[in-house]
Ligand binder design. Structure first.
Ligand code: SAM
Length: 328
């Protein structure tokens, strides 16, 4: 069956899968400074369980999946999962979101397993700021190397996600934008959502309108087509630039009317919306022997429960789960 849509006639064809709540970084915009409670390992879905869910979802009309986390590459054997999912006929696009720290070592294996493209979180080009943002002493050059290796093995496109924060990395917007002119960089500037500490979020928020005004210093941005993928970004490029710029406005201008996705948390809950607490448990039914037809019914229920839009503008903040569990 194809042509799945929700109660607001939005086509739903995309599943984002968080394969772990573990991460080797502690980005200030993602994790609360008080830390997060890690799930017991037995609560995390096995690859076989994820496979069964994707197979059922694919029979309903899902044809794109993105693997995320936590940091997906800290979970062992990830290429095996990619390979299993690539064998599902109806799945024609498998992508990954990663912080890039382990990417150089995995890129070739992921590509041959069936991964098509990758988004790398890159919030700064400066090592000292990288330490500040990630709460550690991780190696920024390792991330940059991961990006280059990913491109060289044919993962295409490699998109770079920058969460822009006032007084932390907003002074680098022009540096990132310049990279899109001279190199084939595809940068997406993302508005900060209130997932970590409330004070940080409130004082660091930069609307896309402000980012765009600053970028006008480099020239006039022209709209362009999104290329591969059907994400929430609006795409632009500078005249004759080799790369592109995307803006993602979850806060200042929601794009829920185009939402095409469901999310699967690492402990097996289907989330109709990133920014609402509603969840449908698939783990217990799976472990109690649910049939494929039963699974499909639960997935259909999650789609039917997709809300019209999120309520960040009215002051809603996600409390129940950190971003690392839901998967950004
Ligand atoms: N560890 C991987 C990574 O760093 O890309 C995948 C998980 S991370 C939660 C996925 C995406 O969520 C990243 O691109 C990150 O920029 C985005 N993200 C996390 N917290 C966010 C926030 N508070 N506001 C906006 N984007 C956020």
């Amino acid at each position: 069956m194809t042509g799945l849509s929700d109660s607001f006639q939005r086509p739903i064809d995309y599943l984002r899968i968080s394969v772990t709540d573990r991460c080797n970084l502690r980005c200030i915009y993602c994790m609360p400074s008080s830390g997060v409670c890690l799930m017991p390992h037995e609560d995390v879905l096995s690859y076989e369980e994820i496979y069964r869910i994707v197979q059922a979802a694919a029979e309903l009309g899902i044809n794109k999946v993105r693997i995320t986390g936590g940091e997906p590459l800290v979970r062992s054997g990830l290429p095996k999962l990619i390979q299993m999912l690539a064998e599902i006929d109806a799945i024609d696009d498998i992508s990954l979101t990663t912080n890039g720290t382990l990417l150089s070592g995995y890129a070739a294996e992921l590509k041959s397993a069936g991964l098509r493209r990758v988004n790398v979180s890159l919030d700064t080009l400066k090592q000292d700021k990288f330490n500040l943002i990630t709460y550690g002493d991780s190696n920024l050059s390792g991330v940059l190397e991961g990006i280059e290796v990913a491109k060289s093995v044919g993962l295409n496109p490699v998109k770079l996600n920058m969460v822009v924060m006032s007084g932390i990395n907003d002074d680098e917007i022009l540096d990132f934008a310049t990279k899109t002119i001279n190199e084939e960089w595809h940068v997406r500037f993302i508005e900060l959502m209130p997932f970590a500490d409330e004070e940080t979020t409130a004082s660091r928020f930069v609307p896309v309108s402000n980012m765009r005004n600053r970028l006008e210093l480099l020239g006039k941005l022209e709209t362009c087509l999104p290329g591969i993928g059907n994400g929430p970004a609006k795409h632009f490029r500078f005249p004759h630039a080799r790369g592109t710029i995307g803006f993602i406005t979850p806060v200042s201008e929601h794009f829920c009317f185009r939402c095409n996705r469901l999310r699967l948390t690492s402990d097996g809950k289907l989330r109709p919306c990133l920014l609402a607490e509603d969840e449908i448990d698939l783990k217990q039914p799976l472990r109690s022997g649910i049939s494929s037809a039963g699974l499909k019914q639960l997935i259909g229920e999650a789609i039917a429960r997709k809300p019209l839009r999120h309520h960040l503008a009215e002051g809603y903040t996600p409390k129940h789960r950190p971003m690392t569990q839901v998967g950004g």
